[in-house]
Design a protein around this ligand. Structure first.
Ligand SMILES: O=C(O)C[C@H](O)C(=O)O
Ligand code: SF4
Length: 511
């Protein structure tokens, strides 16, 4: 088993940087189905380019490398203690190499362990089997999509959809609602795993296990195969689109599993995974610890090169260039739907910083400035300077309680993130003369390339790498105005429209 740690390290790096063929196929199909020239198709092109960049440069597809979750089958009698130790070492090393972001945070004091190890991290499930080889499957599921998981208890009643009973049709309503409530915040278009039955814990476990199925397999249970097909067809009529920009593709895969339940309980648990569906596996020799073959890679990958060509072809025409610091006049001239290109300084800031800024001064002047909701992957170079390894946006809605006040207090003109913000921020944008820009979630390589220099960092010790305030020089950072300073919000519109469409599915389908 000498090579086991190296094999796990390879698996982690490959999972973080190279999407499997079935996922790529689903994204390639979405690009064909989505209307050319729309915001969603622009987002999909960026996503395809990002996938290509991550693979060729062996860097994380998304800056949130998620909760590493291992599902392992071992021969009877294999030493699981030794395996666990090797997995921990491989996780720490992958973090040091910048292939994983330090993602393990003490829930009481907010301290980041710095190496992805700590109580509860990583997640490792062992199971014995009769074979004499080891099977290791790994999923890296990010926090933004994890926040969009949802569990229903039947019977229930949904606004628009009506009553959902303890039957297949009730389950159908839960799943449609799960896609609706996620909107673009889990970096749609997404993949969902559904667990029917179990208790609150095993239901979610079953839902997550479904994510280990191939995106294009067929459910062996005929009723569930029908339900999966129905959901794939109709969830895509909700019009949520990529990143919640509105469009034809909202869901890339739906996998449903079932288990027994207690007479009193009927849970439908839904695990939502973003398009950056990082899931791989390997068969490992139990004597040597070497990888014998990869799982999920049996068929050829889809060529992503065309995305690059298309992105190069896209001209800058119609794009508004913003040089930070930005004036109020420039901001007031922007409208929802405008594509902007940002140059100059931007400051990262997310949960810890927003809370801090409410009752403290900022360490730098933020007048006319740009705040980027982002927790990057950073590596310190030998010369002491920092290098950005991955830097896509994080879900902005978490900052809703603070954002309007922070904009006003510091004179911020632009907030960049993903998934949109709520009515309080929309009002704040109008009052203060600021704008919300939606970057493409998960496009961490694409945006890392826009960073030309890391000027400085604040709160690194206190908040850890993802939550620190990084001061970045950027060039050519493309984002879309989705909330302007005139009271318009694309997110509110898409929520409204998709809510109306959801009501169209109230009638019984599965008797
Ligand atoms: O923590 C992050 O960087 C992002 C998170 O995965 C998100 O989707 O908001
Ligand atoms: S930022 Fe988006 S793509 Fe990345 S982990 Fe979060 S939900 Fe997934």
């Amino acid at each position: 088993m000498k090579a086991f740690k190296e094999s796990i390290l390879k698996l982690i790096i490959e999972t973080s940087t190279n999407l499997p063929p079935d996922v790529r196929r689903a994204i390639a199909k979405a690009r064909v189905d989505e209307e050319v020239g729309t915001r969603s198709s622009l987002a999909l092109s960026t996503i395809a380019e990002n996938i290509y960049m991550a693979e060729t440069e062996q860097q994380p597809i998304c800056q949130d490398t998620g909760m590493p979750t291992f599902e392992i089958h071992t021969p009877v009698g294999a030493n699981q203690i030794v395996m666990k130790q090797a997995i921990h070492e491989a996780i720490a090393e992958a973090t040091k190499l910048g292939k994983l972001r330090p993602n393990s945070v003490d829930s009481l004091n907010g301290k980041n362990s710095g190496n992805n190890l700590g109580p509860g991290t990583p997640v490792i499930h062992f199971e014995q089997w009769e074979k004499d080889e080891i099977e290791v499957k790994l999923i890296l599921k990010g926090g933004g999509c994890e926040n969009k998981n949802i569990q229903y208890s039947l019977p229930t009643e949904f606004e628009g959809l009506g009553k959902a009973g303890r039957d297949l049709d009730g389950i159908r309503k839960c799943i449609l609602h799960a896609v609706f409530q996620a909107q673009g915040q889990g970096c749609s278009a997404g993949f969902i795993g559904v667990g029917i039955g179990g208790d609150r814990t095993t239901g979610y476990q079953l839902a997550k296990e479904q994510l280990f199925r191939k995106a294009d397999d067929v459910n062996p249970i005929p009723e569930l195969a029908d339900l999966e097909a129905y959901i794939m067809e109709h969830a895509n009529e909700l019009g949520i689109g990529t990143m919640g920009f509105g469009g034809k593709v909202s869901l890339l895969g739906c996998k449903i599993g079932v288990m027994n339940r207690l007479p009193a309980s009927f849970f439908v648990s839904v695990a939502y995974n973003c398009w950056a569906f990082r899931r791989l596996g390997a068969i490992i020799d139990a004597d040597t610890g070497e990888i014998k073959n990869w799982l999920y890679k049996e068929d050829a990958a889809v060529e992503q090169q065309s995305a690059i060509e298309e992105a190069v072809k896209q001209s800058d025409e119609g794009r508004v260039v913003l040089q930070a610091p930005i004036t109020e006049e420039q901001i007031r001239s922007l409208r929802v739907g405008d594509v902007v290109v940002i140059n100059g300084t931007m400051h990262t800031g997310r949960d810890a910083l927003h809370k801090y800024l409410m009752d403290h001064d900022a360490p730098v002047d933020l007048q006319g400035g740009v705040i980027y909701h982002c927790g990057p992957v950073m590596l310190k170079k030998e010369d002491g300077n920092w290098e950005v390894k991955a830097a896509g946006p994080t879900t902005s809605s978490r900052e809703e309680p603070y954002q309007a006040d922070i904009i006003k207090k510091f004179g911020i003109r632009a907030v960049i993130g993903k998934g949109g913000m709520g009515p309080k921020t929309l009002k704040g944008l109008a009052e203060s003369g600021a704008v919300y820009l939606n970057a493409i979630g998960g496009a961490a390589q694409y945006y890392a390339k826009c960073v030309k220099n890391v000027d400085d960092v604040d709160f690194l010790e206190e908040f850890g790498v993802p939550e620190a305030m990084w001061h970045l020089q950027v060039e050519g950072f493309v984002a879309i105005v989705t909330m302007d300073s005139h009271g318009n919000s694309l997110h509110a519109d898409v929520l409204d429209d998709s809510g109306k469409k959801l009501s169209d599915f109230a009638g019984t389908v599965f008797k």
